[in-house]
Ligand binder design. Structure first.
Ligand code: B12
Ligand code: SF4
Length: 520
């Protein structure tokens, strides 16, 4: 069979879809053909309706298979609507969005089959059964609409009473050590490497031991525990690829693709096991000296771990900090760590000569003005190499979504419309806090500089005071020019060799000048 994967990624950075690359590898191994189309402006202009329909019909797939995260759901429906009725093959959808939304997806009538969770085993079985003309009804992880009663067509039933949906339990999580290498060939991988300036993503593990309220991990764990009737331990949620698999993959990439400059390990928690980190780093050093990036956790990071990473040329260690308010972390996010441990983890990275990067979110439900300034003060004190900030976006199905709804913070229209979390918040707090968030969200590095002991702090304190004094009309006039002003101030301070954070690489990243001056 030919399976054409559609990966909508509009208004988003170009990224590698590991999930589909794994599915594709297994399907190919079983003799199927793969097509893959990533719809992302960074790679090519988005197609018109005619162009979309032409290409999907020209490829003559037997299955159209969408891979979807929540912020692509609105666009995915448009694509499916364009193709529906003009391509007489089953429409299948999988990806993180489906886990908590299978019923809603099926009720649109746009998809025949929904897959939930990690689908390596289940999707292969589904395709096998389809090919043999067997019933797919009992395939694990599958959700579908039951056939309407005789004499009623599905569309009539959907409009009248809603489809009757069946959601099968998920099967056990796939054993990563048995998976073949990802299918890079079908993903037009060189184009992705070039679009990402030589940065190549990898994952050495899946799963995370934490259950932060805004993250998909607790949704996955709950669904799997419920369907498989097991405990967290029994689930074996945290799984790793064999070291040999990882090293083979790195060697394969270096041999078959050009211009790779950096590996990024996208594991939720690369530093979960220090012994593994040491082992990995020793093996990595033997095959390449290319720099790499990992995600760590303040609670799983120490001197030994940092030393091992630095010895293998790890360049950047990333931490999810999210908020500098311990109240918000504890009561809204279910993240238990102290500000002192965050400062120490960042200092450890720097002591070992690496660059630190932290994720920051503003606009949490029940957030006060003082919480946002706690975050800014923490950044000013810890001085990470860079910080990436976004507005909070509570994904449906997560506890954070329930908290946001119960508090009456959600603007449903914005939630449906927003494809990224950097332009505006989909929560509403009242005019004063909303206005503050818009100001900080536009030019966060100035606030951090102003709350630091950097030599430029006084200058930025004056700029921040001016911004905080502005009323709506003054803000409207000034906001559009702030990023240019930031670049101009930064140029001036760089000439004088004075440390400061400035917006760099993308419009929601603050980077310390000591780092980007070395890079140029
Ligand atoms: C790497 C990564 C990225 C990469 C690549 C994205 C990608 N699709 O691979 C980049 C950096 C580009 C990225 C960007 C974003 N990401 Co991201 N990302 C991840 C991360 C860390 C790993 C994804 C992964 O590969 N997992 C492992 C694979 C095996 O799982 P999988 O992709 O879910 O695929 C399996 C199943 O879903 C299923 N499946 C998937 N597709 C299909 C299709 C079919 C037909 C079938 C049958 C099954 C199926 O089978 C797969 C194999 O088991 C996850 C967190 C995580 N640990 O999963 C977040 C995550 C997916 N990202 C998230 C978010 C929010 C984003 C951004 C919106 C961030 C932003 N602010 O811009 C963007 C949106 C990207 C877009 N497409 O628009 C959220 C999504 C939440 C949600 N409800 O949608 C996640 C879950 C993180 C989180 N903590 O909640 N991301
Ligand atoms: S630590 Fe990170 S990956 Fe793990 S549950 Fe929390 S947000 Fe998700």
């Amino acid at each position: 069979m030919k399976i054409l994967f559609i990966y909508p990624a509009t208004d988003s950075q170009a990224g590698f879809n590991y999930g589909v690359a794994h599915l594709a590898a297994l399907l190919k191994q079983a003799g199927h053909q793969i097509g893959f189309w990533q719809l992302c402006e960074e790679l090519a202009p988005l197609p018109t309706e005619e162009q979309f329909v032409q290409r999907v019909t020209r490829e003559k797939p037997d299955l159209l298979a969408f891979s979807v995260v929540t912020n692509q759901w609105a666009y995915t429906q448009i694509l499916a609507r364009w193709a529906r009725g003009r391509l007489a093959v089953p429409f299948v959808i999988g990806g993180v969005h489906t886990l908590a939304n299978a019923e809603e997806i099926l009720q649109t009538g746009l998809f025949d089959y929904v897959f939930r969770g990690e689908c390596e085993d289940a999707f292969l079985e589904f395709v096998r059964r389809l090919q043999r003309g067997e019933s797919v009804e009992t395939v694990p992880n599958l959700a579908y609409a039951a056939p309407p009663p005789p004499g009623v067509d599905a569309e009539t039933q959907r409009r009248a009473a809603g489809l009757h949906v069946r959601i099968n339990p998920v099967g056990p999580l796939p054993d990563l050590t048995k998976l073949p290498r990802k299918d890079y060939e079908s993903m037009d991988f060189q184009r992705l490497i070039d679009a990402k300036n030589g940065w190549v993503g990898l994952m050495a593990s899946r799963g995370c031991p934490f259950s932060c309220t805004y993250c998909f991990n607790h949704v996955m764990v709950e669904a799997y525990k419920q369907d498989l009737h097991c405990s967290f331990q029994g689930l074996h949620y945290i799984r790793r690829f064999r070291l040999g698999q990882m090293i083979d993959e790195i060697e394969y990439l270096l041999k078959n693709y050009r211009d790779i400059r950096m590996f990024i390990f996208d594991d939720d928690l690369f530093t979960f096991d220090t012994a593994y980190v040491r082992e990995f780093c020793a093996a990595y050093r033997k095959v390449t000296d290319l720099p790499f990036v990992v995600n760590a956790h303040v609670g799983f990071f120490d001197d030994a771990c940092a030393r091992a990473l630095a010895s293998a040329n790890c360049r950047i260690v990333k931490f999810g900090v999210e908020s500098g308010s311990s109240r918000v972390r504890r009561t809204i996010l279910n993240r238990h760590m102290t500000n002192a441990s965050i400062v120490e983890a960042i200092a450890t990275v720097h002591r070992h000569g690496m660059h630190s990067s932290v994720f920051i979110i503003i606009g949490f439900p029940h957030e006060q003005r003082s919480d946002v300034f706690d975050t800014i003060r923490l950044l000013g004190q810890a001085k990470p190499g860079r910080f990436r900030w976004t507005y909070f976006f509570p994904f449906p199905g997560t506890r954070a979504h329930e908290i946001s709804l119960a508090g009456g913070f959600v603007n449903a229209e914005k939630m449906e419309r927003l494809k990224n979390f950097t332009d505006e918040s989909c929560l509403e707090f009242g005019p004063a806090h909303d206005f503050l968030l818009r100001k900080i969200g536009r030019i966060m590095p100035w606030f951090v500089n102003a709350h630091s002991d950097l030599p430029t702090a006084d200058f930025y304190r004056a700029q921040v005071a001016e911004i905080l004094r502005m009323d709506e009309a003054q803000w409207q006039q000034a906001a559009g020019g702030l990023r240019d002003r930031d670049a101009e101030y930064s140029r001036r301070f760089c000439e004088q060799n004075l440390s400061h954070y400035a917006i760099k690489y993308n419009r929601f990243m603050g980077v310390i000048s000591d780092y980007f001056l070395k890079e140029t």
